[in-house]
Design a binder for this molecule. Structure first.
Ligand SMILES: Cc1cc2nc3c(=O)[nH]c(=O)nc-3n(C[C@H](O)[C@H](O)[C@H](O)COP(=O)(O)O)c2cc1C
Length: 184
């Protein structure tokens, strides 16, 4: 009898974590966006805002390396709080020598915002960091991370953290930030 094909790397659940954020989440972290190697946007088509080293070595020193999801706000432009996925670790595919925190905000920005303040609420763990045989497989996995983050954040207890006092209020594009009518 034929055995079923092995699951592909993107066959994983899109609903992450418990129905509400549980300890140690939410984890709030903020700092100035610093320059990374710049590969995120150019090579991957997935730009990331790097958290300052101090945030990674202090506020995020107690959580394991891996990929996380939550909300992020940049204090430049429209100040909207948007869904984010974050990679915390060594980026084995690129063999980095420093642990970094890189936030991909799920939105198409027209400008970069190096030096602006970024405020991040980490609400849960997505997966462990991995090495990949190709850039395409890395990008494919990040696309699933993004989908899973969007779906997972639609749950009310996760959604409401977007309005936490930690975020500086004001968002010019209120409609974009409205909760979709369909409940997951
Ligand atoms: C959500 C997300 C998940 C990621 N997962 C991995 C991973 O599993 N392994 C890896 O080597 N890099 C991973 N990366 C990191 C990318 O390699 C990283 O964004 C890339 O090194 C670009 O960084 P740079 O802009 O500082 O050059 C991930 C990035 C994001 C945003």
């Amino acid at each position: 009898m034929d055995s079923p094909p092995p699951p592909s790397s993107n066959a994983r659940p899109l609903i992450l974590g418990p129905p509400s954020p549980a300890a140690p989440y939410p984890i709030f972290v903020h700092g100035q966006v610093t320059k990374g190697f710049g590969r995120g946007g150019k090579q991957l088509g997935i730009p990331t805002a790097n958290l300052p080293e101090s945030a990674v070595s202090q506020a995020l020193s107690h959580i394991p390396i891996g990929v996380y999801f939550g909300w992020a706000q940049v204090l430049a432009g429209d100040h909207c709080v948007r869904p984010m996925v974050m990679s915390l670790g060594w980026n084995p595919y690129f063999k980095n020598e420093k642990r970094s925190g890189e936030v991909h905000i799920i939105h198409e920005f027209t400008d970069d915002f190096y030096g602006a303040e970024i405020r991040v609420a980490i609400l849960g763990f997505v997966r462990a960091e991995r090495d990949y045989e190709s850039l395409e497989l890395l990008v494919e996995d990040i696309r699933v991370d993004i989908e899973a983050a969007k779906v997972s954040l639609r749950r009310e207890p996760y959604w409401r953290i977007k309005d936490d006092q930690f975020f500086i209020s004001s968002c010019e594009k209120k409609t974009e930030n409205r909760k979709p009518k369909t409940e997951i």
